[in-house]
Design a protein around this ligand. Structure first.
Ligand code: C5P
Length: 443
């Protein structure tokens, strides 16, 4: 297991900054630790993360690293890590250690003083307060062994949060669900004596609600009667911007219009919509949760943090490459020789989502093509592992324009739609999505 290494991200906590060391153990709720990090960073709390081996099955070190803006640690016997920052230092430098999610396994190890990896060694070596946030199956929670371990941990002075009750990923019902990240963040602020600022907690860009948001929705009755009511639809839109130095970046011509129109149409159909937007000049569609990002890595982390979703529509024109290094200072001209620009490939967010543990039921990609549209889109469908591809011909002025002529490509075949305004294309796509995952019952 390798740590996620970006040398420039390894930062020293500022003296006045409250900081936590977050230990992410391997449970289905691990993805919620990403949201927790986002909330804590918004409160001005520094977060350094350690992952157990099995946590890698649920979240990527890359996502955690982007959100913590730091290296993510995982391997106790990595010499480089030990030289730069040893496990004892990791265990002592933060103001609080948070284990989230705390699985039955890590709680058992903590209760018996087992130290067989970096996470448990830190927990044994620390002289700082520890908060455990349990999440597990209801029967594991209720098991005599777990309850015995919890009693032991409480008497050892470990703070233990009570899990929530409700339906679980495994289909059972009862106590064992990870508490909401917002509640965990509040508990952490409490333990750190750090004021919790509710205004900062939403983590959402200011939402522009249209003066009469329901004006464009004459077809719909109350929200619960809408066909996507109760569904979470995740959408990426716009370009990404890959920094070269503080003033320069790599980008593309995507305006974000098509993705924003789809977000609006999904919200109109009653869905809870998370729109992850690259840098664009567009107002937030009414009733949509918008998260602004710049780079592909940030977009990937935001997508993971927004899971689970019932449908994901990846409309963003993600830059295929980013600069291998993001220079801290503006790169200077040197004589007549242009500065070499080394590129590295960005992760494919769509393909990653197709293989994700919590893959959305319906996963839709976009494909901008200039020739052999259907042929290329069909190949992309298989390569990316998604369910549908919306292919568009970008040889004209589609990118940045107001109209779009698309072909919907699925495993069953393809359907070419007439050239239409982007919001009409969006509504038609949402109709197709409703047919697939929506509630079309007359109520
Ligand atoms: O490979 P190509 O860029 O043509 O794929 C386009 C589709 O894949 C779009 O849905 C886009 O949002 C998605 N994509 C992605 N991450 C990347 C590149 C593309 O999610 N790095």
């Amino acid at each position: 297991m390798l740590p996620f290494q970006r040398g420039c991200w390894q930062r020293t906590f500022m003296a006045e900054e409250k900081s936590i060391l977050l230990i992410v153990a391997g449970g289905i709720a691990a993805y919620k630790s990403l949201e927790l990090v986002r909330l804590l960073r918004r409160q001005g709390i520094a977060v350094r993360a350690v992952m157990t081996g099995s946590a890698h099955e649920f979240v990527t070190p890359l996502s955690l690293g982007v959100l913590t803006e730091d290296e993510v640690y995982g391997d106790m016997f990595n010499l480089k890590e030990e030289r730069e920052i040893g496990h004892i230092q990791l265990s002592r430098e933060a103001d609080l250690i948070v284990v989230c999610p705390a699985t039955a396994n890590i709680l058992a190890k903590m209760a018996s003083g087992i130290a067989d990896d970096l996470a448990t060694t830190i927990l044994l070596a620390t002289d700082k307060p520890v908060l455990a946030v349990p999440a597990m199956n209801v029967r594991m929670w209720g098991h005599a062994a777990t309850q015995r371990n919890l009693k032991q941990l409480r008497s050892d002075g470990i703070h233990v949060m009570q899990p929530d009750e409700g339906g679980m990923a495994c289909g059972e019902f009862g106590p064992g669900r990870l508490p909401e990240p917002l509640d965990i963040a509040k508990q952490i602020c409490d333990l750190l004596s750090h004021p919790f600022d509710t205004a900062l907690s939403s983590g959402r860009a200011p939402t522009t609600i249209a003066a009469a948001p329901l004006e464009a929705q004459p077809d719909f009755a109350p929200p619960e009667h809408r066909p996507l009511y109760g569904k979470h639809v995740l959408i990426t839109a716009g370009p990404t911007r890959e920094a070269i130095d503080p003033v320069r970046y790599i980008a593309n011509r995507s305006s974000g219009r098509q993705g924003f129109a789809i977000a609006q149409a999904a919200a109109d159909a009653g869905a809870e919509v998370t729109l992850i937007a690259g840098p664009v000049h567009l107002a937030t569609p009414a009733g949509v949760i918008r998260i602004d990002v710049e780079s592909a890595l940030e977009m990937q982390a935001a997508v993971e943090a927004a899971l689970p979703a019932d449908a994901a529509i990846m409309v963003a024109a993600v830059a295929d490459w980013r600069a291998a290094t993001n220079a801290e200072q503006k790169i200077k001209k040197k004589g007549d020789t242009p500065a070499p620009l080394q590129l590295v490939e960005n992760p494919d967010i769509l393909a990653g989502l197709a293989k994700h543990k919590t893959r959305p039921e319906l996963l839709i990609g976009f494909a901008a093509e200039t020739e052999k549209i259907v042929e290329h889109a069909t190949a992309k469908l298989a390569k990316k592992g998604c369910d549908w591809i919306v292919a568009n011909d970008v040889s004209g002025d589609v990118m940045g324009g107001t109209h779009n002529a698309v072909t919907l490509v699925t495993a069953e075949g393809h359907d070419a739609w007439d050239d239409a305004p982007k919001d009409a294309v969006a509504r038609k796509l949402i109709e197709k999505i409703v047919e697939k995952i929506g509630d079309t019952d007359e109520r």
